[in-house]
Design a protein around this ligand. Structure first.
Ligand code: CU
Length: 117
């Protein structure tokens, strides 16, 4: 009686563990599949943390203290960027913490995406 209860408990525990492992494997596969199918997009739209240091609305420029921008081969630094459009320039102010995506657009490093944090 006692022995069979222990065996049952062990079986349940084993089933629970293998069930969890199976679920982890499946979610892991799903995540890997998702990462693979979305890898190019995720890389293209990688966001980098930055702080707005200066906004030059007249010239459509925003100076950012930015982290490394892998897609344009730039280490972390503070520099001025052309903003995609006036709406973007007007959406931020000095001191804002933002996430940005910068691209080389016809030879000009341009902030193509900027999100306030
Ligand atoms: Cu830079």
């Amino acid at each position: 009686m006692k022995k069979s209860m222990i065996l049952t408990a062990m079986w349940v525990a084993t089933a629970a563990v293998s069930g969890t492992a199976l679920a982890d494997d499946m979610s892991g596969m799903k995540m890997r599949d998702g990462a693979m199918s979305h890898a190019p997009t995720a890389r293209d739209e990688a966001l980098t943390d930055a702080v707005v240091k200066h906004v030059d609305a007249a010239n459509g420029m925003v100076t950012l203290k930015h982290g490394a921008l892998a897609n344009v081969g730039m280490p972390a630094m503070t520099m001025a960027f052309k903003a995609k459009d006036a709406a973007m320039v007007n959406s931020v102010k000095d001191g804002d913490n933002v996430k940005v995506h910068v691209e080389n657009v016809d030879g000009t490093l341009t902030i193509v995406k900027m999100m306030r944090q």
